[in-house]
Each structure stands twice: as C-alpha cells, then as structure tokens.
Write a protein that binds this ligand. Structure first.
Ligand code: UD1
Ligand code: MG
Length: 450
C-alpha cells in the first residue's frame, strides 16, 4: 500500500517573533520542516506534499532542498487544518493509497510511530495519533468509545467534562486518500474558531459508519514548537537523545552535555569525543578516532585513527584519510588529506590535496583566494613544508620535496627538491647593542628638555 505525506507548514508562527517562517527555524542544524519530512521518509512515501503559506517561497526552497521530489501547494489564507489539507486535493487526485498528515512544526515523530499508524489502518478507516498529556492545556481531546475513537473535540469547543480528558490529539491523521478528501469536503467551520478543523473528520467518519481509532505515542514525540523557548527546549531534547544514542553506539563522550550533534552526525564505535565539540551538518567520523576538546566540524569526514584538535576547525569538503592528525588552531576546508599526514599547528589548508605522511609545519597557509577565484594547492607524499610557508596557489609541491621556513612559494617545486623563497639573512655584529644605546640616549635627552 503506497503512502503520501501531507505536511502542514502554512502557519505564521506569530509567537516566534521572527521574519523567518516558523518551520524554517533550525534544530540540530536542519529546519524543523526537514525533521518532519525525514521522519516520514521511513514509510517510503511515493508522494510528499508540503502545504506552504506564510513565507511560501522560502518554505518551498527549503523543502525542495531536503527532498527534490517534494511538491509544494499553496494555502493563501489559513482557514484551518482541514482547509490546509484540502489544498493537496488536486495534487493527490491520481494517487491511490494512504495519506498521512504531519505538521511541519512537530519534528520529533519517530518512524516506529508512523509504522504503527499504518498498521492500525488495517483495523480502522481513520487513524489518529494521540498521547497522554501531562498538562492537556489547549490540545484537542480524543473522545473514546471503548477501543474506538468517537470524535475529537477542540479545547475551545469542549465542555467542562471533555476538558478533563487527558488523551490528546497530536494532529497526525492517516486515512485512505479518497476517504480523507470526501470527509474533508463535508467539514464546516461552525465552531468557536470559525475554522475548518481537520479533527472533525473523525465524527463525520463515524456518522457514515466508518471506523476510527487512535494510536498513542510518548508525549515527547509530539512536542510542537511555537516559541523561541520551545525551540530551545526542542534543541535540548534532540541533543539529549543524540548523546544517549552515541553512548549506546559505543562512542565515548567524556562530557556528554557539552557535545552538540547535528541531525545527521555519524560517529563510529570506539571514537572518543572530548568536551565542547560541535558538529555541524554532514559529518562522519569513523571508528577509533579522537576528536579533542573545543573542535568544530562540519561537512567533513574523519577516518579511522584520526586525531583532531584541540581547537581544530574542519569545514565542508575536508576529507581526511586514516591516521591523519590535525592539531590546534588549524582550519581545513575542501581538502583531501592522505594517510598519516600531519597538520599540527596554526595552519590554514583550503582547496588542497596533501599526500600521505606529509608534514605541514606550523603557521602554513595555502593562499587559495585571489579575491575573485579559488586556486588549488597540491602537495605530494612525504613532503615537508617548513613552518610559516605561504603556498600561493595554484602551486604544486612534489613528493618528498621540502620548503624552507618562512618561504613564499609561488612556483611549482619538483619531487625531492628543496625550495627556499625568503630574503637571505644578514648579521651585523654588535649592532643591536649600539642601536639600543642610541635609543636610550635619545629618550634621556627628550626627558631633559621637557
Ligand atoms: C491542532 C489540532 C488539535 C491538536 C493540536 C496539536 C485542529 C483543528 N486542531 O490545534 O486538535 O491537539 O493541533 O498540536 O486540527 N496550519 C496550516 N494552515 C492552517 C492552519 C494550520 O498550515 O490553516 C498548520 C500550522 O502551521 C501548524 C499545524 O497546521 O503547523 C497545526 O495548526 P495549529 O493552528 O497550531 O493548530 P492547533 O490549534 O494547535
Ligand atoms: Mg498548534
């Protein structure tokens, strides 16, 4: 049975107090919309429809970046959740199968929960995801009739008795496409909010002799985000889970609460992560590596046995082979570094290739940018780059070649050669003392005349 996802993301998110559409605010380096979309991916949906409204262009661009096959439909006025889903009617006209409605601002639904909803569809025409709320507040309430779901009542429209119900509506609903849109067509807006409630389809389904049921999940999964403080809470919840998962997976975190993961960080077994390490998106670290304190990694790959940091920065395109060492105050961007090469101190390596076992001396800089274009630096295997070498790209250094400290290298260096490109030293005996005497005398005279 194929599945289509409809993700509601048209709301303004007034309480975020932001120019950015709410669903584009980030958790662990990805917009909350991306989290919602990715959680639905486990169902291998054949269609993904995102309903955009406020900031639709930005929302569409973000959705397409996550999944190029996502389709965007526009809800110009936000007249309620049923009205929002109805915007996908045409896009799904030729689709056969189940539709699952997700919210773009509810990023933590687990794949297992979506699976459970799909499974429950074998027993019910309409399946709603509910949860036992510690504080039911203003959530819609699930009114049960034994094992069956009778209807959902919105808080605003609920009686005193109904408000005492603690089983709440997460907002997620699953039904066959044609059933869903038939029911939505019958939804009216005669209620406290004057909106078309998606939740009304449950009562409508029952009135037509169809069956409805509820699947429940942990409240933490249905956490919705409406304010910056809830966004910070969601980030904390994500990080707590990611840290626990890393520990479970055999990664050592010496101070787990200080390590920040991205939504897609992958760390191998027996890797050690020291305190205060930050992972941006798209990082993989293989087994048995050590990421030392205060390092920042994004868009990079660290292979087995690598030692990174302390205070290292790996930027997008840093591809490090086995046993590479990158030390303190070193930045590596868009560079391939081969096995056992060492870049240990105060260095910038950008747009480069470095061969195996090469040693890059302290303070080396690949001068890759001329103000308009970026140029490449190629360094061979077992080369030795002297401290404070400026490698003015494009430039190549051969295998087993050396550069003298302080050189400004502007021409290619052949394999095995030593290149020195700096002014020759001149030493003047006694000159330093003479110079100091002269300066002190000058200072004394100045003090006399004042
Ligand atoms: C909704 C449910 C409520 C549930 C709660 C869970 C309805 C009528 N009520 O209430 O039972 O307990 O979520 O959080 O469905 N949206 C649109 N277009 C619209 C309206 C909403 O895209 O016209 C989007 C919003 O951006 C949001 C989601 O749908 O992502 C839910 O809308 P919201 O207004 O937050 O609904 P609630 O009143 O919280
Ligand atoms: Mg809400």
């Amino acid at each position: 049975m194929s599945t289509a996802l409809v993700i509601l993301a048209a709301g303004m998110g007034t309480r975020m107090n932001s120019d950015l559409p709410k669903v584009l605010h980030q958790i662990a380096g990805a917009p909350m919309l991306a989290h919602a979309m990715l959680s639905g991916l486990s169902l291998e949906p054949s269609r993904i429809i995102v309903v955009a409204g406020h900031g639709a262009d930005q929302v569409a661009a973000a959705a397409e970046e996550v999944m190029p096959f996502a389709q965007i439909v526009l809800q110009e006025e936000q007249n309620g959740t049923a009205h929002a889903v109805d915007q996908a009617r045409e896009a799904l006209a030729d689709f056969d199968g189940d539709v699952i409605v997700l919210y773009g601002d509810t990023p933590f639904i687990r794949p297992e929960t979506l699976e459970a909803m799909k499974t429950a569809r074998a027993r019910h025409d309409v399946v709603v995801l509910g949860f036992e709320a510690a504080d039911p507040g203003r959530y819609g309430r699930l009114v049960m009739d034994g094992q069956r779901l009778d209807r959902i009542v919105e808080f605003k429209d609920a009686s005193e008795e109904e408000r005492k119900i603690t089983l709440c509506n997460s907002g997620l609903i699953c039904a066959d496409r044609s059933v869903l849109f038939d029911l939505i067509a019958a939804v009216g807006n005669d209620n406290a909010a004057g909106e078309y409630y998606l939740t009304d389809i449950v009562g409508l389904a029952r009135a037509r002799g169809l069956s409805a049921g509820a699947v429940t999940c942990d409240e933490a999964e249905t956490m919705g985000i409406n304010s910056r403080s809830e966004l910070a809470g969601a980030e904390a919840a994500f990080q707590a889970r990611a840290r626990a998962q890393a520990l479970e997976d055999g990664v050592t975190l010496t101070a787990p609460e200080t390590v920040h993961f991205a939504f897609d960080t992958i760390i191998g077994r027996d890797t050690v992560i020291e305190p205060n390490v930050v992972f941006g998106p798209n990082v993989t670290v293989e087994s048995g590596a050590r990421i030392r304190a205060f390092s920042h990694l994004e868009g990079c790959h660290v292979s087995r046995g690598g030692i990174i940091g302390p205070y290292a920065r790996l930027r997008p395109g840093a591809e490090l082979a086995e046993d590479v060492h990158v030390g303190n105050f070193v930045e590596v961007k868009n560079a391939r570094v081969d096995r056992a090469a060492k870049i240990n101190h105060l260095t910038y390596i950008g747009d480069a290739e470095i061969g195996e076992e090469t040693n890059i001396g302290a303070g080396t800089i690949t001068c890759n940018y001329d103000g308009v274009f970026k140029h490449k630096t190629r360094i061979g295997a077992r080369a030795f780059i002297g401290s404070s070498t400026m490698l003015v790209a494009p430039v190549s250094i051969g295998d087993e070649a050396m550069t003298g400290s302080g050189s400004v290298i502007t021409k290619d260096v052949e394999p095995g050669a030593l290149a020195i490109a700096r002014a020759r030293q001149e030493t003047k005996p006694g000159m330093a003392r003479k110079l100091m005497e002269m300066l002190r005398l000058k200072k004394a005279r100045k003090a006399e005349t004042e």
